[in-house]
Design a binder for this molecule. Structure first.
Ligand SMILES: C[S@@+](CC[C@H](N)C(=O)[O-])C[C@H]1O[C@@H](n2cnc3c(N)ncnc32)[C@H](O)[C@@H]1O
Length: 374
């Protein structure tokens, strides 16, 4: 399944909105591919000699490098433009989504009407989304993950999917295989013949990864959880628009209310870099609790780690934490998933942690996988 699939829940951009969206992609590509690689040269040839003059030594760690680079006008200009490009991307998608807000809510009601729906949605009126999601608008997404404007609002989900599609093009990932497709190839190679009957997707956002599991394992019952109500309403309607049954629930991945040993396969996609150390560990422990004998959990994310990186590379990788409202980006880059999987109760011989082979035009996605003895 490709990343940017078309369906009836997508907002329809006007020609002006579409051209602003395309401009924001081109702007991001120019900044990422054109300018960013030259920042290393700026560091070596301009910033380091200047820091040396005043401090008597080169910047020694990523905090000193950040301070030194922030004094450099070339870096400051790039960083400001990169942040502006991200803000502009969200403004460009928000225009269509807020203009279409009522039509999208009505479409969601139609797609999820009791007489036609295949899956379900369970929202918890007492649920309080965690502070990690409400304190900042993660990666500057308009309104944040937990936005709910009332009246069956679905804007948060539409925002995540439309912004995510543009972001992927801006990063050059475009229309390539979805993250779930990569993980499904991993399952087929690593666990041949594995046929999960109950599947759980944690931190599902708009359900872009949940749906491919329902398609790949049509006999399985697929569940998906997230903390945002607007996100989940959209995800449910989107899955119905794509003709598959997924059961969505508003729950915290570190403390679900599913019974012990109730799933054969537990997955998450790109969630670990957006949660705290405690929540990530809680999610891994919860995965183990939920797995049946012979069950498998696979937590996929971006291949982001500080291990083996120079201090300049760490500084460069950390840009998202400091300038793109990603409070847990560096936390995740510092994490050791081998240690975490053990702490969650998976014996080392029942885990596999590493990068998947990159499909053409994609990233070598990282996975932490654990399995239960049959
Ligand atoms: C980057 S998005 C995940 C993307 C999605 N899995 C996909 O593949 O398209 C992270 C999601 O995790 C959710 N989230 C954050 N903290 C959570 C928690 N404690 N429990 C469940 N979901 C959480 C956010 O609301 C957000 O929708």
């Amino acid at each position: 399944m490709v990343r940017s699939i078309r369906h009836d829940m997508l907002p329809q951009a006007t020609a002006d909105e579409a051209s602003r969206q395309q401009f924001s992609v081109a702007f991001k590509q120019a900044l990422n591919r054109g300018l960013r690689p030259s920042l290393g040269t700026v560091f070596e040839t301009v910033v380091t000699p200047e820091w040396q003059k005043t401090h008597g030594h080169a910047p020694t760690n990523r905090e000193e490098i950040r301070e030194a680079m922030h004094a450099n006008p070339t870096y400051r200009s790039w960083s400001s433009l990169a942040r502006a490009a991200q803000e502009q991307m969200w403004v460009a998608v928000s225009d269509s989504i807020f203009r279409e807000r009522e039509r999208l809510a009505a479409k969601a009601r139609e797609l999820t009407a009791p007489e036609r729906r295949r899956g379900s949605l369970t929202l918890d009126p007492d649920f309080v989304p965690p502070r990690g999601v409400t304190a900042v608008d993660i990666h500057l997404q308009t309104g944040g993950y937990a936005m709910d404007l009332g009246g069956g609002d679905v804007c948060a989900g539409a925002m995540y999917e439309c912004g995510g599609n543009l972001y992927a093009f801006g990063q050059g990932l475009g229309k390539n295989d979805s993250k779930a497709a990569h993980v499904q190839r991993f399952i087929a190679e690593r666990f041949p013949g594995f046929k999960p009957q109950r599947i759980l997707d944690m931190g599902c956002s708009a359900g872009s990864a949940s749906v491919p599991y329902a398609m790949a394992f049509p006999d399985a019952e697929v569940h998906a959880i997230d903390v945002g109500s607007g996100m989940l309403r959209y995800a449910h309607a989107r899955a119905e628009a794509l003709g598959v049954a997924v059961h969505f629930h508003q729950m915290d991945c570190a403390a679900t209310t599913f019974p012990d040993r109730s799933f054969d396969l537990v997955v998450s996609h790109n969630a670990m870099h957006e949660i705290s150390d405690a929540t990530r560990l809680g999610m891994l422990r919860e995965s183990r609790r939920l797995l049946r004998p012979g069950g498998v959990c696979i937590h996929q994310d971006v291949p982001l780690t500080f291990r083996g990186k120079t201090e300049f590379q760490k500084f460069d990788l950390g840009w998202d934490s400091h300038s793109n409202n990603e409070p847990f980006w560096e936390v995740y880059a510092n994490a050791d998933l081998v240690v975490d999987m053990k702490a969650a109760g998976f014996p080392t011989e029942n885990t596999w942690v590493g990068n998947l082979p990159a499909a053409p035009g994609s990233l070598p996605w990282f996975v932490a996988c654990g399995w239960m003895p049959a």
